[in-house]
Design a binder for this molecule. Structure first.
Ligand SMILES: O=c1ccn([C@H]2C[C@H](O)[C@@H](COP(=O)(O)OP(=O)(O)OP(=O)(O)O)O2)c(=O)[nH]1
Ligand SMILES: [Mg+2]
Length: 152
C-alpha cells in the first residue's frame, strides 16, 4: 500500500544540514525522525522531553494514521523510548510533529541537533461503529485472558 504524505518543513535545517526522512531500504516501514533541537539536550535517567521534529505532516485519509515508534537500537541499548509509549498521529492533525523522548535507562543520554531519535510509520486504520449488545456470540476464548493459558 502506498500513500503520498503531505509534509511541511518547519525547520530550515532540512534541505541544507539535514536530509528529509527517508525509507532506509526498499521494504523499510519506518521513516526516521530527527531531533530539531537548537542545542544538545541531555536527558538524565527518568527524564522526558518533548522534542520538535521540525516537520508537520497531514495524513488526510481517515483510513490511515501515523505512529511514532522508538528506534530499536536507541531503545534497547540506551533506554531511549517514548514518554507516551507510542505516539498516535491522527489523520486530521496538522500541527507540529512532536516527539516525547523518555530516558528509561540508567545513564544520562545526550541528543545532538539532527540526531535520528524515533521513527514514523503510516498504518491503515479501521474506524468502528459501536453497537451495544446484551450478550456476545460465544467464542473459543470467551473471557480468558491475561495469561490464563499459562506459559507452556
Ligand atoms: O507523539 C505524539 C503524539 C501525538 N501528537 C499529536 C498528533 C495527534 O493527532 C495529536 C493528539 O494526540 P493524542 O490524541 O494522542 O493526544 P491527546 O492527549 O488525546 O490530545 P488531544 O486532546 O489533542 O487529542 O497530537 C504528536 O505530535 N506526537
Ligand atoms: Mg486525543
Amino acid at each position: 500500500m502506498h500513500h503520498t504524505l503531505e509534509l511541511k518543513i518547519l525547520d530550515a535545517r532540512f534541505g541544507s544540514e539535514w536530509s528529509l526522512p527517508e525509507y532506509a531500504t526498499p521494504a523499510s516501514a519506518g521513516l526516521d525522525l530527527r531531533a530539531a533541537l537548537d542545542a544538545p539536550l541531555t536527558l538524565q535517567p527518568g527524564d522526558t522531553a518533548l522534542v520538535p521534529s521540525g516537520l508537520a505532516i497531514h495524513v488526510g485519509d481517515p483510513t490511515l494514521c501515523a505512529v511514532i515508534l522508538p528506534r530499536s537500537g536507541l531503545g534497547h541499548k540506551h533506554g531511549i523510548v517514548l514518554g507516551n509509549g507510542t505516539g498516535l498521529i491522527d489523520a486530521d492533525y496538522q500541527g507540529p510533529l512532536m516527539i516525547s523522548v523518555w530516558n528509561r535507562g540508567r545513564e544520562a543520554f545526550t541528543m545532538q541537533p539532527g540526531d535520528r531519535i524515533a521513527q514514523l510509520v503510516v498504518l491503515p486504520i479501521v474506524r468502528a461503529t459501536l453497537q451495544v449488545v446484551e450478550e456476545f456470540e460465544t467464542s473459543a476464548r470467551g473471557a480468558g485472558g491475561f495469561g490464563h493459558s499459562g506459559v507452556r
